[in-house]
Design a protein around this ligand. Structure first.
Ligand code: SF4
Ligand code: SF4
Length: 265
């Protein structure tokens, strides 16, 4: 039996998560001994035919053509793993979901009538079944290697579901929020980066998206506001970056007490 085959696909995105795969360097050599990368246009024009054992999908669905293509990718993939904020949450381009996309296009493009786009940017899981979602903008390469190795071994990936605060504690960081009053989204942000930003004295701005332990009746942004020293509107604006749709969705599960919250991105 040959090695399992891997395909890498791009939808609406900046390519940063695919670059994280290329950035694996030493691990890639080891992985390449166990898998055959047969379709990865970021790295090679050689594109082998499917079906594929594992597909990594970067990017969100923003056009009709995307919708048709992701169904094809699903059909030819035994396992489908989405990587990055675009693929798992719609990405920064999901800002359009809360605005008028025609107005955006008219500001950005000289001839907006040539632009064929959907009014929304949606994650891959909104269109086809997904076997695993890896968050991050971009993803962390150590987590990517772990997810690939786990799927090859047929086990559950060891990707923690706690928040960035845990990673701060593991690194022995002084909390930037408690010690310096710096707003930090670490308590509600998914772990994975190793608490890079607080380690250098700045607050986390949530590029790994909501922690699974945040949302619903769990600790929420409202509870954080006194710590963050922000108004509700300011907090919602901070959350409206790379994972705007995911944070908005989790936030909308929270009880809303005040009328007239600033809900604009
Ligand atoms: S600096 Fe941020 S991530 Fe680190 S412990 Fe404090 S609140 Fe949590
Ligand atoms: S913004 Fe937060 S999640 Fe993103 S790299 Fe910085 S600390 Fe990590």
């Amino acid at each position: 039996m040959g090695r399992p085959t891997l395909a890498v696909w791009k939808f609406a995105s900046c390519d940063g998560c695919q670059l994280s795969l290329l950035d694996c360097e030493d691990e890639l050599l080891e992985l390449a001994g166990q898998i055959e990368i047969v379709h990865f246009l970021e790295a090679s024009a050689a594109a082998g035919d499917g079906p594929y054992d594992v597909s990594l999908v970067e990017g969100s669905i923003t056009t009709d053509a995307d919708r048709a293509r992701i169904r094809h990718v699903r059909r030819v993939s035994r396992k489908l793993i989405t990587i990055g904020a675009c693929a798992t949450a719609g990405g920064v381009q999901a800002l359009r979901n809360f605005a008028d996309v025609e107005e955006f296009a008219s500001v950005v493009y000289a001839r907006p009538e040539y632009v064929a786009t959907l009014a929304t940017s949606t994650p891959i899981a909104a269109h086809v079944p997904v076997d695993f979602e890896l968050q991050g903008c971009p993803i962390d390469r150590r987590q990517l290697v772990e997810v690939l190795a786990a799927h090859l071994a047929g086990r559950r990936p060891d990707v923690p579901d706690h928040s960035v605060c845990f990673e701060c504690k593991i690194r022995g960081n002084v909390c930037v929020m408690v010690a310096h009053g710096t707003p930090c989204l670490g308590p509600i942000t998914h772990a994975g980066c190793g608490a890079i930003c607080p380690s250098y004295g700045r607050g986390c701005y949530g590029c790994f998206g909501p922690s699974p332990t945040w949302g619903g009746d769990r600790p929420n942004t409202r509870g954080l506001l006194p710590w963050l020293d922000m108004t509700e509107g300011e907090a919602r604006r901070v959350l409206s970056t790379f994972n705007v749709a995911a944070f908005r969705e989790a936030g909308e599960r929270e009880p809303r007490e005040e009328a007239g919250d600033d809900a604009s991105p």
